[in-house]
Design a protein around this ligand. Sequence first.
Ligand code: MN
Length: 201
Amino acid sequence: MSENFDLNKYGKKRKEKKTPEPKGKKKKSKGDPVFVIQKHDASQLHYDLRLEIGGVLKSWAVPKGPSTKTGEKRLAAPTENHPLDYADFEGVIPEEEYGGGTVMIWDKGTFKNLRKEKQDDGLSLKESYEDGKVEIWLEGEKLKGGYALIKTERDNNWLLIKMDDEASDGRRNPVSTEPESVKTGRRLKDIEKEEKNDREG
Ligand code: MN
């Protein structure tokens, strides 16, 4: 099986007892595949976009977060595959550990594979990933509509691009106007404070 869809790197980068992050195995959602976007206050604030493909969460770090404006491109740097259980993770990774910082579930939902429905295309999600072009329809709480992820020639990076559809809205800027967790309604600061209090009892 191609390393494109395994969890070896995820395991190697983490010390199980030192991080609250889920361990998790490969598995598949019952209905449509899930996506999550986690706001991550690491050494540099970014948004981690994760899509369920091939039994894992394929992951990209998007420094500026997603846009809702048609055609707007956002840099998306690939990161290691995460287990499906990670889509529920919100909390604080200890500073000294890999990816140290606060993680918030900024948006979450399911998605559909748009290429599958296209005539003369019909690629599965795995095939689309390996083709370097993933086209999906997000059904999140904050984000809806078509997004394309396209692998570039340069630096192994991808671009996240809002596709042209009725869900586009150039006036919205949810990255700045909707900073709360869709899971708990908390902001990064609240999560940090509450987890700290929990630890100190
Ligand atoms: Mn991250």
